[in-house]
Design a protein around this ligand. Sequence first.
Ligand SMILES: Nc1ncnc2c1ncn2[C@@H]1O[C@H](COP(=O)(O)OP(=O)(O)OP(=O)(O)O)[C@@H](O)[C@H]1O
Ligand SMILES: Nc1ncnc2c1ncn2[C@@H]1O[C@H](COP(=O)(O)OP(=O)(O)OP(=O)(O)O)[C@@H](O)[C@H]1O
Ligand SMILES: [Mg+2]
Ligand SMILES: [Mg+2]
Lengths: 256, 256
Amino acid sequence: MGEIIAVASQKGGVGKTTTAINLSASLAILEKRVLLIDMDPQGSVAASFQLNESQIKYGMYQVFTNNLPLIEAFTDIGLEYLDIVPANVKNEAEEMEMFRQAMDFTHLKQVLEPFKKVYDFIFIDCPPSLGSLTINAITAADSLLVPVQPEYYSLKALGKFIRSIKNISKKYNSGLEFKGFLITMYDKRIKKSKEIARELRYSFKKIVFDTVIPRNSKVSESPSVGKPVALFDITSPGAIGYLQLAEELLNSGTNH
Amino acid sequence: MGEIIAVASQKGGVGKTTTAINLSASLAILEKRVLLIDMDPQGSVAASFQLNESQIKYGMYQVFTNNLPLIEAFTDIGLEYLDIVPANVKNEAEEMEMFRQAMDFTHLKQVLEPFKKVYDFIFIDCPPSLGSLTINAITAADSLLVPVQPEYYSLKALGKFIRSIKNISKKYNSGLEFKGFLITMYDKRIKKSKEIARELRYSFKKIVFDTVIPRNSKVSESPSVGKPVALFDITSPGAIGYLQLAEELLNSGTNH
Ligand SMILES: Nc1ncnc2c1ncn2[C@@H]1O[C@H](COP(=O)(O)OP(=O)(O)OP(=O)(O)O)[C@@H](O)[C@H]1O
Ligand SMILES: Nc1ncnc2c1ncn2[C@@H]1O[C@H](COP(=O)(O)OP(=O)(O)OP(=O)(O)O)[C@@H](O)[C@H]1O
Ligand SMILES: [Mg+2]
Ligand SMILES: [Mg+2]
């Protein structure tokens, strides 16, 4: 049975989309069957594969507002083991509409359930908020992966975020497991970066991934050519980082 | 009469809070009277001044959910020309509540109106979304400042964001002016950074601030000591950048 992993954080710009894309792609390279769902109205998943709005007919917007069957919202990106469902939210009115429809917090869970038999992993990219879209993802997920940038605001935001996740999972998904914190954009030249990463491992001990994703310009460049970093430059520190993460995920079973 | 400036972007982590804090502080150093409002449930403004939850009694949460007069939600941070109102949203239930109360999109405008006589500038830090909290800020604002990180996802998100802003301002605030795009975290060592900054200036011509804020570790370190970067290290490229931005804002009148 496939595992549903929500990639979430209320803090913006910590590498949720980058992790969802590159971890999915790395697992697909290791011949795992992966489905990637974009629950963020920004639609960065589609942008990562250079898909423009005219190429996308359906997405999670239609799944939530018109009860479109999920399979009809798949978009082909030409990768053998990776399928994606874009967000396809065109403007703020549609965002509000999807937000409203998502007040049924179990909607995504029901929609994804049948696909657990078909995929080894289902990843959900979340928006930077604690609203109904993220709650849907947390309710549907088997486990949660939280990217953390080793910077003050990102570290400071964790306490409240984890408390909220506990509240949400107690109410809607008591079986939710915590996969771990993933340190992203780590820059060993910056003293503060090292300090914060150390503090994170000290306070959260076992639930921080061993793999640390380094800050690497190939990672931020790769979406501009529509490829995951492993297909853009397999020798880059970013590509190696995400492949290692995929291995660590496969070796760790359900939880660290 | 004071000017209300919303610092907004749907993209997360582009430097909204960093800009709201450091531009406010730089203007206060230039002896302008500034009020800073945190409309982001993450509450990064309070974190920037090392205020913890127990020190904050009231914030924008109470202003929206209990009709608390704004003046009662001020928190003293010991800076002469800068006053702040934190967000003070403690958990996801309160976030949902504030979101619901903010469906009256003119609430913030009514609350801020009397304070335009007292302050030269009122800045509003926005969450990374297009929901009711951001719409309140756009409806209340005289002008909009949009930080942009010179990276693919941030650039790609602009088109849709600007379209949405135009829709929102047509409906709720036809007088909204566009102050400009501010390039943040610019790293001259990264080829892509230069390319994207050039592309931004090419497509948006006059409405990009001349001042570019460089990536500078003093900027990301300063909130961990509870100070704006100008009070942390006035000689740093980040502090100089934000002081130049304050000068540019004062010299430019209402619009570029
Ligand atoms: N390891 C890395 N090295 C360099 N740049 C990175 C790395 N990871 C992410 N980035 C860049 O940092 C920025 C933020 O990452 P990303 O957009 O994935 O974060 P996010 O959490 O999904 O943001 P949002 O909150 O807007 O959804 C992007 O421009 C991305 O390309
Ligand atoms: N000029 C800069 N140099 C170095 N780091 C910076 C700079 N500007 C911002 N940062 C860092 O980048 C991260 C993102 O900035 P910030 O939190 O201000 O963005 P934001 O848009 O407010 O994020 P959110 O979408 O979560 O509200 C922070 O850790 C911040 O310290
Ligand atoms: Mg994202
Ligand atoms: Mg912010």
